[in-house]
Design a protein around this ligand. Sequence first.
Ligand code: E4P
Length: 215
Amino acid sequence: MKLFIDTANIDEIREINDWGVICGVTTNPSLIAKEGRDFKEVIKEISTIVDGPISAEVISLESHGMVEEARELAKIHKNIIIKIPMTKEGLKAVKVLNSEGIKTNVTLVFSPSQALLAAKAGASYVSPFIGRMDDIGNEGMNIIEDIVKIYNNYNISTEVIAASVRHPMHVLEAAKAGSHIATIPYKVFEQMVKHPMTDLGIERFLKDWEGVDSK
Ligand code: E4P
């Protein structure tokens, strides 16, 4: 499973990219707004750090507007993936963009049938939102399992991005379900890397090393 970082914060992207564990970035309008900077500038800067798919989301709600925004965003860098909301207008935009060779990530996916339609329209990626499903009392991970199964049944090349990840268990469950990608917030990467036994082990090694003559 590939790992992306889900943030628009440059420091967070640099740090996790330096760990060598990510090969893509996802952003959304809320994450961009938190940075208080020009949207295109942020996306451009991200593309100088990570050499992989970088999702940038459109704001228009009708297909023509989405396509126009997408064409502009796609000019920023060859790695830009256009995030399109899962609506009828969104599907129309995906169809047009696909015919122009512009890759899309259909976002705000909450059901396997939405994911099937997105793939049929020509989406390169779909983003089912696990955490937000859990929030309303559903088992978010079931959607990942179902979508992976459906795509595998028909050799569909659209990749599943497990999104709205809230904790390390989401990442592990997504990997077990066969998700192609998980997009992970910085905080969750920090949680994944830590283990008290690792810290204790280092502490003991260093203490024992005090008694060694290493000159
Ligand atoms: C994914 O592409 C979205 O940006 C993100 O995962 C949404 O996560 P949230 O539900 O924590 O806002």
